[in-house]
Design a protein around this ligand. Structure first.
Ligand SMILES: [Zn+2]
Length: 515
């Protein structure tokens, strides 16, 4: 293969928890089904729990039912089972695209990857042969994954002829990056890191699940993290038939099944327990000799996580540049027992911003609050948000961390400005931080352009071919122009602008469809 000499070194995306596929194989190495995302046989599951459900309806006692449900769910999720040493018990194969760049992935794989991380605009600049998607088992072992990532990086370097790569660790990928930098960071293989809503100090949401500090009145968002839509639908139907307390006991049993089968034994999940909580949780849940091996693994990660500031500064001094893109000013998902934490609904703001300070979601800092100047000593800078709810002066990289107010974690993929910013960071070496380009300020708003970009704009040409009254055609063209102008403007006041354009666009398309 001919070596490329363009200015863009290859970029590797290290995806988040729901974005990497793992398949279950039989002992003679034949693919059985998907292990993650879970592929649960809902019919078989329901069949298993029906007898005790009838008993529950007759006797109103939920004990036997919860027990049988827990067992059935535990069996349904066995493909992800992890033993007490933190090792998967099943024959799992990561769907890894054979180490190919996006250019050499099949059309289906490419579609899947772009659906997970819509980085098409980045690929357009650097070329699909410079973009890689590193798949891994979300319920695996961070240091094993880091080793695979290091091998992967060496292969990409060899294949492309570059001596460095860029990394985009997304969400859970932030914890993988921690293990990677701890074990291999000093090799100097990384040019730029663009963290994208990363869990660099875990997520209190996962901590709340571990300690069952949960608000179970609305379990859908909780179950949605692990189970598939069909299973949740059946469970919801079932839960509706019971009294609130019974329904909560049932969800509690479900959580127990997930915790005992894989979550609690999984080093990858321990890696997203915030460091402030680690010791307490370790003393509570990893007690006894049977956990010696697992404790060694979780301790190793904790040490790196606890030391992350020094570790990243050391690597920065060796020439790697760090950036982060995160959301703020939202509470965690409704099922979390912790209600007053600043987050993007999934990851703590403090974790995603690598150390930013706040006192709660959308809560103003006290009037006498003194902005912190720590790693940034430039008093002409102001790293407190305009709404005075967060201070990035406490963060590891105050001059290269970008925040989007009210940005929901999963929807960041549909915030076109966050994606453009990521593209700028990866492709423009003169773009070094929050004061480099007024189009990308440190603090911005959020918007969701999914419907505009993927549902409405693609229909314009087809609609205009129809025999429509002139006023409707004009309306479509006007909406198209509004949408395109929106995309050009990277300063977001709030999400209403995009929402209103979407609404007008929807209305005119509906009219056109009626002809
Ligand atoms: Zn500064």
């Amino acid at each position: 293969m001919s070596k490329c000499t363009c200015e863009y070194c290859p970029t590797i995306i290290v995806p988040g928890i729901g974005q990497s596929k793992v398949d279950l194989y039989s002992s003679d190495n034949k693919r059985i089904k998907s292990a993650w995302p879970m592929d649960i046989d809902t019919k078989a599951l329901v069949k298993k729990i029906v007898p005790s459900a009838i008993l529950l309806l007759l006797t109103k006692s939920d004990k036997a039912f919860c027990k049988s449900l827990k067992k059935a769910i535990g069996e349904a999720v066995t493909p992800l089972r992890v033993n007490k040493e933190g090792v998967s018990t099943e024959n799992l194969h990561i769907v890894d695209y054979e180490g190919n760049s996006l250019k050499n992935c099949s059309a289906d794989d490419k579609r899947y990857i772009y659906k997970m991380v819509p980085m098409e605009a980045l690929a357009e600049v650097i070329g699909e042969d410079h973009l890689y998607f590193f798949a891994y088992n979300s319920f695996g072992q961070p240091y094993e994954t880091a080793k695979r990532l290091n091998d992967y990086i060496q292969n990409v370097k060899k294949e492309t002829g570059y001596d460095k790569v860029n990394l985009i660790p997304v969400s859970l990928g932030g914890s993988i990056a921690t293990a990677y930098f701890d074990a291999y960071g000093e090799q100097g293989d990384v040019n730029r890191v663009c963290y994208f809503v990363p869990a660099t100090n875990g997520s209190t949401l996962i901590a709340d699940i571990f300690s069952k500090n949960l608000d179970l009145s609305n379990p859908t968002s909780l179950l949605g993290m692990f189970l598939d839509g069909k299973t949740i639908e059946s469970l919801e139907k079932l839960l509706k038939r019971f009294h609130k307390d019974t329904a909560e006991n049932i969800v509690g049993a479900l959580v127990d099944a997930l915790l005992e089968t894989f979550l609690m034994n999984c080093p990858g999940m321990w890696a997203v327990i915030p460091r402030e909580k680690y010791q307490e949780y370790r003393d509570k849940y990893l007690v006894g000799e049977e956990y010696n091996v697992l404790r060694e693994k979780t301790d190793r990660f904790f040490k790196a996580q606890n030391n992350l500031r020094d570790l990243l500064i050391k690597i920065e001094n060796q020439g790697t540049e760090f950036f982060s893109i995160c959301g703020y000013d939202l509470p965690l998902l409704p099922f979390a027992g912790t209600k007053t934490l600043n987050s993007d609904t999934i990851v703590d703001f403090k974790s995603a911003s690598l150390g930013g300070y706040s006192i709660g979601p959308n809560k103003e800092l006290p009037e006498d609050y003194e902005p912190v100047y720590d790693r940034c000593q430039n008093k002409e800078h102001n790293h407190v948000s305009p709404d005075r709810t967060v201070d990035l002066g406490t963060a590891i990289f105050p001059d290269s961390t970008f925040c989007f107010k009210y940005q929901v974690h999963d929807d960041t993929a549909y915030n076109d400005v966050a994606l453009s910013l990521c593209k700028e960071i990866i492709t423009n070496k003169n773009f070094t931080g929050v004061y480099s380009d007024p189009r990308f300020p440190q603090f911005n708003g959020s918007r969701d352009i999914f419907r505009l970009k993927y549902r409405l704009l693609p229909r314009v040409d087809e609609l205009l071919k129809k025999d429509l009254p002139q006023d409707i055609k004009d309306g479509i063209l006007k909406s198209k122009e509004e949408a395109e102008n929106l995309f050009k403007n990277t300063i977001i006041k709030d999400r209403t602008e995009a929402d209103e354009i979407t609404k007008r666009f929807d209305e005119i398309v509906k009219k056109a469809d009626e002809f």
